[in-house]
Design a protein around this ligand. Sequence first.
Ligand code: ADP
Ligand code: MG
Length: 689
Amino acid sequence: MPPLRLDTPVKFLKGVGERRADAFARLGVHTAGDLLRHIPHRYVDASSVTPLASARVGDEVACAGIVITKAVTPTRKGLRIFSAVLRDASGALECVWPGQAFLDRSIAVGQTLLVSGPIRHYHGKQMAPREYVILSDAGTEAPLEPGRVLPVYPATEGLSHRAIRGLVDRHLDQALGLVTDELPASVRQALRLPGLAEAYRLVHRPATQEEAEHGRRRLAFDELFDLQLTLSRARALARRTRSGGIVFRSPADLIAALGASLPWTLTRDQRTALNEIVGDMTSERRMHRLLMGDVGTGKTVVALFAMLLALENDHQAALMAPTELLAEQHARTVERLLQPLRIKPEVLLGKLTASSKSSARRRIREGAARIVVGTHALVQESVEFRRLGLVVIDEQHRFGVEQRSALVGKGAAPDVLLLSATPIPRSLALTRYGDLDVSVLRERPPGRGSVRTALRTAAQRERVLDFMREQCEAGRQAYVVLPVIEESERADLRAATTMADELAQRWPGLTVGLVHGRLKTDERDRTMRAFREGEVHVLVATTVIEVGIDVPNATIMLIEHPERFGLAQLHQLRGRVGRGGNESFCILMTGDRPAERLRAFAATDDGFEIAELDLRERGMGDLIGARQSGGFELRQARLPDDEDLLAEARVQAERILAGDPALQRTANQALRARVLARYPRAVDFFRTG
Ligand code: ADP
Ligand code: MG
């Protein structure tokens, strides 16, 4: 037997063999080193489980106990129930698994089981476990002695968590001796993190849950540190290519005139954002800034000030939106606000006639058009600007990189301002949009109607519908949002088409419109416009109305099956109401016991807070864009809980890169290798200083 190395295939480890090696492969474990990195996903100790005697009806608990009896009982309906009675020092509890008689083959008397699920009353107290883990076999050690912490490993078919625990335990000491720590000692000491071998020991063999967490944070830090090294480097390189921008002169007449003509004053957040933007524009660095804020926080107005700064400096400004509807809306806002200044925006949309398009293009080329608002029609080759100095892109994530850069390419190094109505926590914005500066609008302008969010159940449906009808008859408008288009997609869900028919029949005096993703764009736009003009009173829709339309008169939104939507998505939907002066309502039709997440949603209207809830719910990968980019490997890091680590990682990454921009020094070679192993595509960033 050759000596163990971290790259030794697992099948050569004692106790593994071919069959288990195949199962390990399914868990992503191929080598001894991978086994070391296969970290428990939870820990159990006497303090983290509820004593069986204290489990109360109605609670959702985790318990552990020894199986003392078990049985399979048929019911009259032909269902077979597997049941087992568990016992611990405090007492006993019956667990039942309806329809899972097959468990009789894997669960045995004498085993110690960890179970979690709701406690209910049925011929006495019992649990219907949602999840169970066999902690140990009959006749082996009692795993939950006081003072003992038991790691639970992600397992797979043919490789139980107990087998993995045994194998890790067997090889741990030898493997730890082979670990080298790539993290610079200065970083480790600054953050009081354990060494790498110590961290692995802590997560695999902790004496307490706190120890395990201490070890996990070290491993999480490594992931976030590598991420930040890559992003900081990308930022630095991007900054270099961003020199040589237009140096706009400080704000003057037009800006002052707009400020004076507005019937209200800017919010503090708007002023801060505008200062940041003006700072960028008047420097020689090219602006590349994201302005992020919920709908209605006043992004367009801030962008308008920036556009005027370009105008004052004899440049043109372009505002591009993802749909015709949105572009029209922006054009209208801009036109209204600029009327006192006698500036009229040029509008370029795909739907214009060929001759009006061509005259618009001429005015853009000659510079008579100073502010241009449009859709992706703006990026067509035939569109030329005389002197484009600022590009504003709304809902930037809905454009491809090519479209964005095609518009930017129509000027000589113009400044770029991106707008987004999808707030995400600031530190995460820095992570996701590594090379962007970010401004945030959190505050809402005063004097706008608020939105009340209510949870209602099926029993209250009639009252809700009556309320909607009354509101519509009083001149308001309503949205009804459903998760699917047709009943046939999911028989158990209400569908948009059926709902539209139902409401049209129920309310002959009102006009009901229907929009969904399978309609042609122009048909959809026609209905949306009719809704905006007030000709349609009730708009039944799928999530296609998520982004887009601003109808101040719409004051009610009814959302069916809200549990089918992500929280961020619900928040986007809700942003469609409360846009006028009237009080608005967002009503979620829930089951009899609405989930905690929906209550939390109803309790706040702050997009950033909801972004955090959403993040907790969906977990990391999604938010950082792991799926799209394929690179970010965050397995131990958990956001937003580890946001402090993320921020520290950024500080330390910038410090290390300040002294060694491309990680070329000998002392940093191990770190460099680790970063590139995690992010192979970053190799270009770290080629030379
Ligand atoms: P967003 O683009 O973020 O959705 P808008 O810029 O369209 O928001 O602003 C939403 C509405 O609020 C507009 O009607 C705008 O005129 C108004 N508004 C913007 N800023 C303020 C403010 N500081 N005070 C009052 N109303 C404002
Ligand atoms: Mg500039």
